[in-house]
Design a protein around this ligand. Structure first.
Ligand code: NAD
Length: 368
C-alpha cells in the first residue's frame, strides 16, 4: 500500500527554485522505491512573496504550510530586497515569521563529513575523521527573545559615572522550555549513538544552572542515554580539537547559533549542510545556506544540502529511516565517484568531475 504525504514547497528566491526541484525529484524517486507518494503545494515566501503580495509571509503561504504534513523550504533573500528602511518588508521576515507561526522550537543541524570531501574541510583529515554530530539548538527562547532595552542613562551609574547610552538583553528560560528541547535531544539520541552533550555556562549563568538541573532530571528518564555536561567555552574548543567525541549536542539559542556555525566549517562547504526545524506540529526542512544570488539562474548551485534536507524530512517527520538512509548512501556514492558542483570541487584534485545542479540531482536519483 502506498502512503501519501502532502508537502508544502517554498522555493523562495535566488537559487531556491533550482535546488528545490532537485529535492523534489529525489523525494519522488525514493518514495517510488519505498511505497510512499507525495502531493505538493507550492507557495510564496520571502522576496518573491513581497513582489507578488507586498508581504514576505502571505496568509495563503502560512495556511498551505499548516495544512501540509511537512514543509520543504529552499532559501529566501537577495540584493533586490535589501533595505534598512524599517517600514519596508524584508524577505527574512518571512523566514522568522513562519518559524514562529509553526512553533518550531528545535533546530537540528547535522554535521557529517563525507569521506570524499575530507580535503574540503578547514581542519586536518585526521581531526575530522569519524565526525557525525547533530546540534540541537533551542530556537524560540533565550537571549534572542528576552526583554531588551536601550536607553539614555543620565547618571551613568555603575559605569564610571559618565552619562551615555545603555542597553541590556535578558537570557531567560522556563523549566518548560528547557525540558521540551532537552527531551527532544534525548529522543533523537536514541535513534543515534545514545550520547547527549548538554552545553551550558553553569559556572556563571543562573539560566544555565536551571538548564543543567532540568537536563539531569530529563536524563533520569533515559537510563540508556549518556549525558555529558560541557561548558560552552570548552565546547567551542573541543569542536576544533576533537569533534568526533560529539553525537547529539543540545544547547540554548545563542550558544547553538554560534556553535553550529563553527561546526559547519568541519564539513567544508555550506552547500552540504541541511537543517530541520521542529515543533509539536508541522516541521520545516531547509538547507543551512542562503539564496546565493551570485550564482542564481546559472544551473551551477549545489543541491545536496536541499537533498539532505529531504533525507531529514523522511527521518524526522515520517519516520522512514530506510528511505532516508538510501538518500544518504546515494549522496555518498555520487561523491565517491568524484562528481562535484563548483563549490566542492578541489582545484588540486583533477579527477573531480565538474557538474551542474540538475546533473547532481539526476546522479543521486540514479544511485537510489
Ligand atoms: P549564501 O549562503 O546565500 O551564500 C554564501 C556563498 O556561498 C556565496 O558565494 C554562494 O554562491 C555560496 N553558496 C551558498 N549556497 C550554495 C550552494 N547551494 N551551492 C553553491 N554555492 C553556494 O549567503 P549570503 O551571500 O550571505 O546571502 C545571500 C542572501 O541569502 C541574502 O539575502 C541573505 O539574507 C539570504 N540568506 C537566507 C537564508 C535562508 O533563507 N535560510 C540564510 C542565509 C542567508
Amino acid at each position: 500500500m502506498t502512503t501519501n504525504y502532502s508537502i508544502c514547497l517554498l522555493p523562495g528566491d535566488g537559487i531556491g527554485p533550482e535546488i528545490i526541484a532537485e529535492g523534489r525529484k529525489v523525494l519522488d524517486a525514493v518514495g517510488a522505491k519505498h511505497g510512499l507518494s507525495f502531493t505538493y503545494s507550492e507557495a510564496l515566501l520571502g522576496g518573491c512573496a513581497i513582489d507578488a503580495t507586498g508581504t514576505a509571509l502571505p496568509d495563503e503561504t502560512l495556511a498551505a504550510a499548516q495544512a501540509s504534513d511537512a514543509v520543504l523550504l529552499a532559501a529566501v533573500g537577495g540584493p533586490k530586497w535589501d533595505t534598512t528602511d524599517p517600514a519596508k518588508p524584508r524577505p527574512e521576515q518571512g523566514l522568522l515569521g513562519i518559524r514562529k507561526a509553526l512553533g518550531l522550537y528545535a533546530n537540528l543541524r547535522p554535521v557529517r563529513i563525507f569521506k570524499a570531501l575530507a580535503d574540503a574541510s578547514a581542519l586536518k583529515p585526521e581531526v575530522i575523521d569519524g565526525v557525525d554530530m547533530l546540534i540541537v539548538r533551542e530556537l524560540t527562547g533565550g537571549l534572542y527573545f528576552g526583554r531588551r532595552e536601550r536607553f539614555y542613562d543620565e547618571e551613568g551609574c555603575g559605569a564610571g559615572g559618565a552619562a551615555g547610552q545603555r542597553a541590556y538583553d535578558t537570557l531567560e528560560y522556563s523549566e518548560y522550555e528547557i525540558e521540551r528541547i532537552v527531551r527532544h535531544a534525548f529522543d533523537t539520541a536514541r535513534k543515534r549513538s545514545c550520547r547527549v552533550h548538554s552545553i551550558d555556562k553553569a559556572n556563571v549563568l543562573e539560566s544555565s544552572r536551571l538548564w543543567r538541573e532540568v537536563a539531569h532530571r530529563v536524563a533520569a528518564d533515559y537510563p540508556d542515554v549518556e549525558i555529558v555536561d560541557m561548558l560552552v567555552d570548552n565546547a567551542a574548543m573541543q569542536l576544533i580539537n576533537n569533534p568526533a567525541q560529539f553525537d547529539v549536542a543540545v544547547t540554548e539559542n545563542m550558544f547553538g547559533d554560534i556553535l553550529s556555525d563553527e561546526a559547519s566549517m568541519l564539513a567544508g562547504s555550506l552547500g552540504m549542510l541541511a537543517s530541520a526545524s521542529l515543533g509539536d506540529g508541522v516541521a520545516l526542512y531547509e538547507p543551512s545556506h542562503g539564496s546565493a544570488p551570485d550564482i542564481a539562474g546559472k544551473g551551477i548551485a549545489n543541491p545536496l544540502a536541499q537533498i539532505l534536507s529531504v533525507e531529514m524530512m523522511l527521518r524526522y517527520s515520517f519516520d522512514k529511516s530506510e528511505a532516508a538512509d538510501d538518500i544518504a548512501r546515494a549522496v555518498e556514492a555520487v561523491l565517491d565517484e568524484g562528481w562535484r558542483t563548483g563549490d566542492i570541487k578541489q582545484v588540486e584534485t583533477p579527477a573531480d568531475k565538474l557538474i551542474g545542479t540538475v546533473q547532481m540531482g539526476d546522479l543521486v536519483v540514479s544511485h537510489l
